[in-house]
Design a protein around this ligand. Structure first.
Ligand SMILES: [Zn+2]
Length: 68
């Protein structure tokens, strides 16, 4: 399984947010799945459709991430 990367800075570390603005660290697989970095973490309440890059200001749909 490969991880998709940020189209701007090419790192795999991403996070998603919930309504409270809390962050959950995730990565995105090459099949487009958004998976929590900590396998025990709950994704309930988090918006998994918008991912934010840990390394730069990029955010958007996980579908816009790139393979390298
Ligand atoms: Zn980035």
């Amino acid at each position: 399984m490969k991880k998709l990367l940020c189209p701007q800075c090419k790192i795999a570390g991403m996070y998603v947010k919930n309504e409270q603005g809390e962050r959950l660290l995730v990565y995105v697989t090459d099949t487009g799945e958004v998976i929590p970095k900590n396998p025990d973490a709950s994704t309930i309440g988090f918006d998994m459709t918008e991912v934010y890059c840990l390394g730069c200001s990029w955010h958007g749909s996980s579908k816009r991430m790139v393979k390298y």
